[in-house]
Design a protein around this ligand. Structure first.
Ligand code: ADP
Length: 540
């Protein structure tokens, strides 16, 4: 018989996170870009107060624990209050991705049975287009004051957030309930079939947020100022809106302005030490910084994930700008990052280029999460850095089943990610491809990610995508698409020669097409499905 532990059984609740920040780091600032332009600043104490006012306002609207309240919003202070006011009340915040197609938005709002919607003024045209198709949504709340409230034809009762919470008391007794209660809902972007809902529990979010602050992960402390570029409308902005208050770090929310110049200026003005975003955001930022000959005075670390960070960009951040890249992996189903890399003392003794190659991998699993790669029959493959298979993951912040899903996707208690990976002897995982993107050529696999990362190191290349195209002899062969940097050009043979020095000869693409742009989906990733539909013909 085991001995029962004799510690208190206190639930891990999101309301406790903001109250912790208010009590312990009450004067620490939250700086937020208003949707209409100016910067707004207040403290965690103010944020907690207004979150309680929102909780009272939601109750006054007749909303009850378990109800689903949506948001379509940028990273800003009102969205932050919604993260706490909604979940803290025992309701579920459904963060909707504004980049989804209108039909998908309508689908997820109805599927969720959402009762109210908080939205930024930017998205008023979107709301106008979908409102009539969302009968369960009874209240539309614009995250603004009355002066910035847009008129939306066909939506009778749009309330201004400030008017709604202004008269409400700042006293609210956060309810206590089971930590496994649903707190936030986010749908996958559904490149195949309908989007699927992932319902995060309070426990999952609090545990991930604490783990995310660890020194080997994002390393967040009360000495940091953190600017999450990763959107609060997708995968909880990697739980940074929870992690920053846990750590007592100053939080800078960039609102709608995500171009290189705006981000750089905000980073410098607010003395940002740490940031997080997808590789394409960092490409834009570095392009601006390079063009103007600037330097980062305080930024020292940046978390990157969502798609593979090319080694060339890692090198530029580290060697030219002394910014350390922390490369992580996660998906909607994993709450936020599940793996992240940090150079160990042994890695730091290696030549720079080898260090960058290690950072280009997606790191080690966070404590609490377990990873393995398996072959087609489900057998675990060795951790040798070369055996590739599907990445399986399990842990307290990994999905068990989809919201209103018919059956659990788990296999023997592990979540199959649909990503192909290797794990090496040090436990470092590398994503080689998605199962649907990998190119199967002559019985071997070619990693589209590796080809893309190799070619974007060429100075004329801005973006690249590689897809497999049917081939009569080899089954599939790679076809590469290139977007050049503005005012730059390069010939096909030059790129092939460039690649020949970096990848195996049989990996070289059978053709390279130069295009003006690539189709990008709801989470900022190239939509290879669309490329395959358009160009999936047969090489002869
Ligand atoms: P989707 O891309 O389908 O909208 P997610 O936003 O959940 O869904 O993306 C998760 C996927 O993104 C992962 O399964 C993986 O394929 C990819 N991904 C995430 N981080 C990385 C990374 N650092 N390197 C390569 N791929 C990544």
């Amino acid at each position: 018989m085991h001995q029962a532990g004799l510690m208190m059984d206190r639930p891990l609740l999101i309301s406790a996170v903001i109250e912790h920040a208010a009590a312990q780091y009450g004067d620490v600032e939250v700086v937020s870009r208003e949707t209409h332009g100016p910067l707004f600043r207040y403290t965690y104490r103010d944020c907690a107060r207004r979150s309680r006012q929102l909780a009272n306002a939601l109750a006054d609207l007749g909303l009850k624990p378990g109800d689903i309240v949506g948001s379509i919003a940028w990273n800003n202070h009102r969205h932050l209050e919604a993260y706490y006011g909604v979940s803290g009340s025992g309701m579920v915040i459904h963060t909707c991705n504004p980049r989804l197609h209108a039909q998908q938005l309508i689908y997820i709002i109805n599927h969720a049975g959402q009762k109210a919607m908080l939205f930024d003024a930017t998205f008023a045209p979107l709301i106008k287009g979908i409102a009539a198709h969302c009968p369960t949504v009874k209240t539309w709340i614009c995250l603004s004051d009355a002066a910035h409230l847009p008129a939306i034809d066909g939506v009778a009762d749009v309330r201004a957030y400030e008017d709604l919470i202004g008269p409400c008391s700042a006293q609210f007794n956060w309810p206590e309930f089971d930590e496994n209660t649903g707190a936030a809902l986010c749908y996958t972007s559904g490149t195949t079939g309908n989007p699927k809902g992932v319902l995060y529990s309070h426990r999952a979010i609090v545990l991930q947020a604490m783990a995310g602050c660890m020194p080997n992960v994002l390393s967040v402390s009360c000495r940091d100022t953190i600017l999450p570029v990763v959107p609060m409308f997708h995968i909880n902005a990697w739980c940074i809106p929870y992690g920053a208050p846990i750590a007592g770090a100053k939080l800078v929310l960039p609102g709608p302005r995500l171009d290189g110049e705006s981000l750089y200026t905000l980073m410098e003005d607010e003395k940002v030490t740490l940031s997080a975003g997808v590789p394409s955001i960092w490409q834009g930022l570095i392009a601006y910084v390079e063009q103007k000959g600037l330097r980062f005075s305080t930024m020292r670390r940046t978390g990157v994930g969502g798609s593979a960070m090319p080694q060339a960009l890692i090198a530029k951040f580290a060697d030219t700008y002394q910014v350390e890249v922390r490369h992580g992996w996660g998906m909607t189903e994993t709450t936020a990052v599940a793996t992240m890399g940090t150079l160990t003392p042994r890695d730091l003794a290696l030549p720079k280029e080898q260090q960058h190659a290690i950072v280009a991998r997606q790191g080690k699993s966070l404590c609490g999460v377990e990873i393995k790669v398996v072959d087609a029959g489900g057998a675990t493959l060795p951790r040798n850095g070369t055996s590739q298979g599907e990445l399986m993951v399990r842990g307290p912040w990994i999905l068990r089943e989809y919201f209103k899903g018919e059956r659990s996707p788990l296999q023997d208690g592990w979540f199959p990610t649909g990503d192909i990976a290797t794990i090496d002897a040090t436990g470092t995982m590398q994503i080689r491809d998605r199962t649907k993107d990998v190119i199967k050529s002559g019985g071997e696999w070619i990693s589209s990610i590796d080809l893309e990362s190799a070619v974007v190191a060429h100075p004329a290349v801005a973006m690249a995508a590689v897809i497999g195209v049917k081939h009569p002899q080899w089954d599939e062969r790679p076809l590469m698409f290139i977007v050049c940097k503005p005012d730059q050009a390069v010939e096909k043979y030059e790129l092939l020669a460039f690649l020949a020095e970096r990848v195996a000869k049989w990996w070289l693409p059978d053709d390279i097409r130069f295009v003006d742009s690539l189709p990008v989906g709801g989470t900022g990733k190239v939509q290879k499905e669309e490329l395959r539909r358009k160009y999936g013909g047969v090489f002869g």
